[in-house]
Design a protein around this ligand. Sequence first.
Ligand code: G16
Ligand code: MG
Length: 215
Amino acid sequence: PVRALIFDLDGVLTDTAEGHYQAWQRLADELGVPFDRERNEALKGIDRMGSLERILAGSGKMLTAAEKLEAASRKNGYYQDLIARFTPEDLFEGVRDLLLSARQAGLKLGVASASRNAPALLTRLGIIDLFDHVADAGAIPNPKPAPDIFLSVARALDVPAPLCLGIEDSMAGITAIRQAGMPAVGIGDPAILTEADAVIGHIRDFRLDRFVRPA
Ligand code: G16
Ligand code: MG
């Protein structure tokens, strides 16, 4: 029986996946490198510098280390402008009820987001207190698709990995969950999230009684 739920944030609990996309698109346009929604799909769940490296790879554009830092921080500024006005209204439909009923059912709840903006965003969304643990993305050695972030949340929750259910919208994140030895629920398109054990279109369709059998 599942004893813990470990959620990704961006694209699972709220629509920041679109904000990340728009911020990268703006930066790519400024740098004059090719980028579009399809390329963005592979960036979901990938950390900030890793995303920039992927955008530059194959573009023919070379940046110095200092220029890369500046570009990554410029993207983060665009992104932060987009999420500055987020409130609890911006939670995806059903999220708050899901978290409350999961807690009531005695499940531990964690967040495994690659985003360094995650704690501030969870605070703005008014749900940070519903989680037993929120990963510190800056303190995790190997980013998604490595399993480290999910394993570190499982450890903090004191629940063995196979008894944690991971919930993700990105290919990199689903790979990370499976590598961690956890069952994975994908949010999005089953044709993209092929490694997930189950895929649903939206978090509002997450049914506790489907995914979490009673102990
Ligand atoms: C998220 C997004 C990624 C983003 C990463 C780092 O991961 O999916 O697009 O690049 O965080 O975010 P930041 O630049 O805010 O540190 P997740 O794991 O929440 O989907
Ligand atoms: Mg995500």
